[in-house]
Design a protein around this ligand. Structure first.
Ligand code: GLC
Length: 476
């Protein structure tokens, strides 16, 4: 079984969010599981560092036709963790100061998707299954079905489409069908590409892919609810017979407090002395009061409203009055960035707002903190809560999406809890579980909960098996 994973980002090469973590760790897990030949294909962004470029081999170039455009497309590859990583080169599209957010993102990823499909016969192995992710590669299943009408080699290729976040759907103007995608108008008239007055690539992928997955079982159910589905609830319901929610894993090799080189001291679930060192260093480094018995509450997140930042702002002073120290790491909306800077100014020695993105600092925070807050309005899966637990930091989460599937509540009566959970999107409800968490911190039970979280299995083993089952099913 040959699998090609198509993604717009993958760690450790380039990353803006959780998709990169998944694309960087699921394919190696599939390869490790044995039977599969696994490859990944992504754009060759200028952000990809020289240390990786040195390892790449130039394979060939082709030209890709996007309607009237005739564009150069280079193909590079390297081997890493049992997987072949292919990189699609076109400097005009991929040498930018950032991965996304340009006026021509639609054209850039239409090019990428078309290039992937044109490149299939030129890869080491023609894939049996092409696994696409989010809107940036949502046109791939459409092109494959389109080619399959004329070309024998494409007839037996099966496609999987994974929704990591339904908020970003890949909207294009109706003229894009002929003028950019270069597809027959039938794709619009049949309703596959059309959504209201525009082209919606995610809708097209949901309808055309042979199987659809999303990143947690709870999110799979929520996608049929208009509160979460951003207009696509009807389409998701219509394809529910081919939809599976598969909980993401994390890269347990990279995120391991026993070996992580980015943290000041290593530790494990039986001996937490190193974690105490990490906490003290974190307090020193961030200018917090050096108080051993004060709980450090951490937030590592994009500072945007759907991550629940508005709830935190509403009750920030009450949170501080529970006696915690607060550490915030992330960037996002200027309003939230300034809010946390200002909170730091008001609460010297007790709040640190790190308005930046840093992988190393994130790890030091996972290791040095005691509690981890993630009150998302919606969260398809979320990886930070799993990383926090692995580093012995007890999560406080809202009961939604993958948070619901990865954290067990240890509130009243629950003997196997791994964290704190609140259901309603409400600042008062969040505050009351923060209070419960702080009081647990001061009790002897905290060590038990902390240890339970550290021992949870968040590896890809189980979910990789589920994906293999989905692929095998498609191949009959
Ligand atoms: C998106 C989602 C996040 C998920 C990640 C990986 O970033 O917002 O919840 O963990 O994709 O699937």
């Amino acid at each position: 079984m040959n699998i090609l994973f198509v993604t717009s980002e993958a760690a450790p090469f380039c990353k803006t969010g959780g998709l990169a973590d998944v694309a960087g760790s699921l394919p190696p897990a599939l390869a490790e599981a044995g039977t599969d030949k696994v490859a990944v294909i992504l754009p060759l962004y200028s952000q990809i560092k020289e240390e990786w470029r040195r390892k790449m081999t130039f394979r060939k170039y082709i030209y890709v036709d996007l309607a009237w455009r005739h564009q150069y497309c280079g193909l590079f590859s390297l081997e890493h963790r049992g997987v072949t990583w292919y990189f699609v080169d076109n400097e005009m599209y991929f040498c930018r100061s950032h991965l996304y957010g340009d006026f021509d993102d639609g054209e850039r990823f239409a090019f990428f998707s078309h290039a992937v499909v044109d490149l299939l016969p030129h890869l080491d192995d023609m894939p049996d299954v092409v696994h696409c992710n989010d809107w940036q590669s949502a046109a791939v299943p459409v092109y494959i079905k389109d080619y399959a009408v004329r070309e024998e080699a494409y007839k037996r290729v099966r496609t999987v489409f994974t929704v990591h976040n339904i908020e970003y759907q890949g909207w294009l103007p109706p003229t894009a069908v002929a003028d950019l995608l270069g597809l027959d108008i039938g794709w619009w008239e049949s309703g596959a590409l059309r959504m209201g007055d525009g082209v919606n690539l995610m809708k097209a992928a949901l309808l055309t892919a042979d199987a659809v997955t999303t990143v947690s079982p709870t999110y799979a159910r929520q996608l049929m609810d208009s509160y979460y589905a951003h207009g696509l609830e009807g389409i998701v319901a219509a394809v529910s017979d081919k939809l599976t929610g598969v909980l993401n894993g994390i890269d347990v090799v990279s995120f391991d407090p026993r070996t992580d080189k980015a943290i000041p001291a290593n530790y494990n679930s039986r001996n937490l002395a190193g974690k105490a060192v990490c906490k003290r260093r974190l307090q020193e480094q961030l200018g917090l009061n050096l108080e051993e018995h004060t709980p450090v509450l951490a937030i590592v997140s994009r500072l945007v409203s759907h991550k629940g930042m508005d709830l935190i702002c509403q009750v920030a002073d009450d949170i501080m009055s529970t006696g915690v120290q607060l550490v915030v790491l992330g960037m996002g909306d200027a309003g939230y960035e300034n809010f946390f800077r200002e909170l730091q100014n008001r609460c010297g020695g007790r709040v640190c707002a790190c308005i930046t993105y840093s992988d190393a600092l994130a790890r030091q925070i996972y290791a040095g903190a005691d509690l981890f807050l993630m009150p998302s309005k919606s969260e398809p899966c979320g990886l930070s809560q799993m990383i926090a637990m692995r580093y012995g930091t007890v999560p406080i989460v809202r009961q939604t999406g993958g948070l619901n599937d990865s954290v067990r509540s240890c509130q009243v009566g629950q003997k196997d809890g791994t964290g704190f959970v609140f259901a309603r999107y409400d600042a008062g409800d969040m505050l009351s579980v923060i209070r419960q968490a702080v009081s647990l911190y001061h009790s002897s039970d905290f060590a038990v909960v902390r240890r339970r979280g550290m021992l949870e299995d968040f590896s890809w083993k189980r979910s990789a098996g589920t994906y293999r089952g989905i692929y095998a099913n498609l191949l009959g």
